[in-house]
Design a protein around this ligand. Structure first.
Ligand SMILES: [Zn+2]
Length: 317
């Protein structure tokens, strides 16, 4: 699967060489936490370096402008849009002042089911990776399933449970986390390790450099849900965001975001039915006039200095 994805990526890279192409960068958090198991964070210093290099090269482009160019069929070459997924608080408190400093527009795709609250994967990481002691067995409530904790490293255990919980319904995940949180003595989550609240999001969305898009309600793998549920996840999240921001929300990024693994043709149909006009994936690649407007690839940016960032951008865009 990983090899197939890599081969598709190389094929995409080669095919994109001959055409005008733009890039959409995918960020999640701008922070330097003790614990970052999914490599979601870019340090404030490196993020400032990335934005400065975009500003100096004059390549920054907003997502609405990109959308305009795509529908006109006249894509400029070498332009780059900045996007964030999930809706973490540090996007407002840390990233926004840096975006302002370099006048870079950005789009934030927000999960609406836990505004003001931490995500389940951060709560889980806190328990499994940072608690000084774990019980010998972790039991799943209302089931006979239990996981021995001593035969794996903490990281292996965390990866195993994450995969397991990702497949489960949100209510089931919540029940497990609540139970384990009451059993395990773990340090508190960092206060900034949460989603923006409704009030904070409203403030963020009012900024002229910021545009808001939907990222579902529960951050589930949409293709694993029945069609009606997929449409509900997309529409409810877009409607809630429109209510908070006072602006219609017609763009989306798919949770987890890999085509075929996390979303499929049904999800795209559900997005269209929900009034979405453009959607981003997490598949690695650049955007050309041939790109599917409902599965636009992005370049996930990790915690690297501005030289490594520049090399990565130049290799692709
Ligand atoms: Zn996400």
């Amino acid at each position: 699967m990983a090899l197939q994805r890599k081969l598709r990526e190389v094929g995409h890279w080669l095919a994109s060489r001959a055409k005008p192409r733009c890039g959409a960068l995918l960020y999640h958090r701008v922070d330097e936490p003790e614990n970052d198991p999914f490599r979601l964070c870019v340090s404030p210093e490196y993020f400032a370096g990335h934005m400065e290099s975009l500003a100096l090269s004059g390549r920054a482009l907003s997502v609405p402008k990109l959308q305009e160019h795509l529908s006109d069929g006249e894509l400029p070459s070498g332009k780059i849009a900045v996007t964030f997924d999930d809706g973490y608080l540090d996007n407002l408190e840390v990233a926004l002042p840096i975006l302002e400093q370099f006048e870079i527009p950005a789009t934030l795709f927000v999960t609406t089911g836990n505004l003001g609250q931490p995500f389940w994967w951060d709560r889980l990481a806190n328990l499994i990776l940072l608690a000084p002691n774990l019980p010998e067995l972790l039991s799943f409530p209302s089931s006979s399933k239990s996981i021995p904790t001593t035969s794996k490293t903490r990281r292996e255990l965390f990866d195993y449970i994450t995969l397991e919980l990702r497949q489960r319904a949100p209510a089931f995940r919540e029940e497990i986390l609540k139970t384990w949180e009451s059993l395990i003595d773990a340090p508190s989550l960092a206060p900034q390790q949460r989603c923006q609240s409704e009030e904070e999001l409203k403030r963020f969305a009012q900024h002229p450099l910021i545009e808001i898009g939907a990222h579902s309600v529960t951050h589930s793998r949409l293709l694993a849900l029945p069609y009606e549920k997929q449409a509900e996840e997309i529409k409810t999240s877009a409607d809630r965001l429109a209510k908070i921001t006072g602006t219609e929300v017609t763009i989306l990024s798919y949770p987890f975001g890999l085509r075929g693994r996390d979303f499929n043709g049904d999800t795209i149909a559900a997005a269209k039915e929900s009034g979405i006009t453009q959607a981003f994936a997490a598949n690695r690649g650049v955007i050309t006039s041939d790109s599917d407007g409902y599965a636009l690839p992005r370049l996930w940016i990790h915690n690297r200095d501005h030289t490594a960032f520049q090399t990565e951008i130049d290799r692709w865009v």
